[in-house]
Design a protein around this ligand. Structure first.
Ligand code: ADP
Length: 522
């Protein structure tokens, strides 16, 4: 075996790598300790020996060829080799350096080798993980938003595109705030601070999509650091929970509405009865005064009569309001009951017209009544039908001026009776034509309104008509005319139902006075 210098010997044995020498392509020269340990051998078991002591036939051939080439070319070469030691496969990276003698020939090869099995495995694992992660990242059912330390977006997945509406290319390098509603900016700053302090973060944010629509997302945010704890990126994972939040809000609103509606019902029930007691007292006192007046001289009577009429009319106004409120409350809680019978609707409407004739005349309205039918029996509650007609007529008077026309018409249309009331008054704007049938809705809502009323009448009229199986429609041109059409089915009621819904008659004249009390306001 050739000699090597002592300096070289020292280096050779203390190298951090495996080192060995080849004097020919297949035989080891000196071998360092590290190499011996790697081969699970002693140094002397390797030195001067054929490579066959550690390699199998196939490996021998590869090494032989490799070494031969370097002996011939005289050039350094690196290679990765797989060798099996003690039934374990190792990957080593070998750097082979040819030594040239004074004649320029290669006299030996110095090999420096490193076992890189663990590193390779780590690398492979890393790539496998990366591949797995990137496919999850792309197709996950959650939105992934990756941003840098300054919260500028550097990547996001398909779901983020779907939720926020921005393409990936459009958001790269834009700040995360791009998808945050302004009112949540400060919250995001807190989240980032918490995350930088090492806390995991969970929060619900109001976000904003490309089209400006608002959505609520549940966010989980975490830091990705390298092995030296340096922050690489911030990863935020979001789930769109807008529907969940909306449903929660809807349920909350419904509960509140229910509570409010119960309160309102209770309030009306209480207030209505509270109002009725003093009213009854007013009316009985009125009766008494009427009686006394008959026995007083005529000069005083005139004055008293004026005041009495005011008390009487205002009493009726209050009574009408209370009655309507009670009925509306009953309708709300489904306890309003009709008392139907088989009645001649023509006769019913005619008697209402007759009873209002005096009023209409004093108000100077040009009133006409048209009817092609002699009689038509239908199942109806006369008390409530009279209320419907009276309410429509009183509205027609309220919203017309002297000399205006009011036309009440009854006709048969298929299996329905149509009662229409048309006036040439102020009319109703298109946008108000639906809301006037809602409870408490009046077109003229300001306090200085010229006409009295509570906004209850038409909603009650609609409910009563619908309880009869009918409908009410409105046709109007603002400033020109209003026409309310009531359609009632031509049905008859059988004996059994008739007995169940008995009818208590009331004086129609009293009702006229009641319905017209708003107009007679003194
Ligand atoms: P109110 O007691 O205030 O009259 P209604 O429910 O009967 O309540 O009517 C609701 C609103 O509908 C009225 O305040 C008025 O603005 C409008 N309205 C009803 N009838 C007419 C009509 N014939 N012409 C014009 N507007 C009408």
């Amino acid at each position: 075996m050739q000699e090597i210098s002592p300096d070289f010997d020292f280096l050779f044995n203390n190298l951090n790598k495996m080192a060995y020498i080849f004097f020919d392509p297949t035989h080891f020269g000196p071998v360092n300790k590290k190499m011996a340990v790697f081969c699970s051998s002693e140094i002397h078991e390797l030195e001067g020996q054929s490579i066959s002591v550690i390699l199998d036939q196939k490996e021998i051939e590869t090494v032989k060829k490799f070494n031969q080439k370097i002996f011939e070319d005289g050039l350094c070469k690196s290679a990765k080799m797989e060798i099996e030691i003690n039934n374990e496969l190792h990957i080593i990276e070998v750097e082979t350096i040819p030594h040239h003698n004074q004649m320029g020939q290669v006299d030996y090869l110095l090999c420096l080798a490193e076992d890189i099995t663990a590193e390779i495995e780590k690398e492979e694992r890393f790539y496998r993980n990366k591949k797995r992660y990137s496919s999850i990242f792309k197709k996950a059912p959650l939105a992934f938003v990756v941003s840098d330390r300054k919260t500028n977006i550097i990547d996001w997945n398909d779901k983020a595109e779907e939720i926020f509406g921005w393409q990936k290319e459009e958001v790269i390098n834009k700040n995360f705030n791009l998808i945050v509603a302004e009112e949540s900016y400060s919250e995001i700053t807190d989240v980032v601070e918490n995350v930088f302090e090492g806390e995991k973060s969970y929060n619900i944010n109001k976000n904003i999509a490309k089209d400006g629509s608002e959505l609520y997302c549940e966010w989980n945010t975490a830091l990705i650091k390298d092995k030296n704890d340096k922050i690489l990126e911030i990863i935020s994972i979001a789930q769109d929970i807008s529907e969940k939040i909306k449903t929660k809000q809807r349920i909350k609103n419904q509960k509140e509405e229910l509570k409010y509606s119960e309160l309102r019902t209770q309030f009306f029930a209480n207030i209505s009865h509270e109002l009725k007691t003093p009213l009854n007292l007013i009316f009985s006192s009125l009766q008494l005064l009427d009686y006394k007046l008959q026995n007083t001289d005529s000069k005083q009577t005139n004055q008293f009569a004026k005041y009495l009429s005011s008390i009487r009319n205002n009493g009726f106004r209050l009574l009408r309001l209370v009655n309507n409120l009670i009925d509306l409350t009953k309708i709300d809680v489904n306890t309003f009951q009709l008392h139907r019978g088989n009645f001649d609707i023509i006769e019913l409407v005619k008697s209402v017209v007759e009873s209002t004739a005096d009023y209409l005349e004093t108000k100077n309205r040009n009133f006409r009544f048209e009817c092609e039918l002699d009689s038509q029996i239908i199942a109806c509650d006369p008390f409530n039908i009279e209320r419907v007609i009276l309410n429509l007529i009183s509205n027609a008077v309220k919203f017309t001026a002297e000399g205006d026309e009011i036309l009440l018409r009854i006709e048969k249309e298929g299996a329905r009776v149509k009662i229409s009331l048309r006036d040439t008054g102020i009319g109703i704007k298109k946008e108000n034509q639906d809301i006037i049938f809602e409870q408490f809705r009046q077109v003229d809502q300001n306090f200085n309104k010229k006409r009295e009323g509570s906004g209850i009448g038409l909603s009650l009229v609609k409910s009563i008509v619908e309880m009869h199986g009918g409908t009410i429609t409105l046709d109007s041109i603002y400033g020109i005319y209003s026409c309310f059409n009531v359609y009632l089915p031509v049905d008859k009621i059988d004996e059994k139902t008739l007995a169940a819904e008995s009818y208590a008659a009331d004086s129609l004249l009293n009702k006229v006075e009641l319905e017209f009390s708003d107009i007679n306001y003194i």
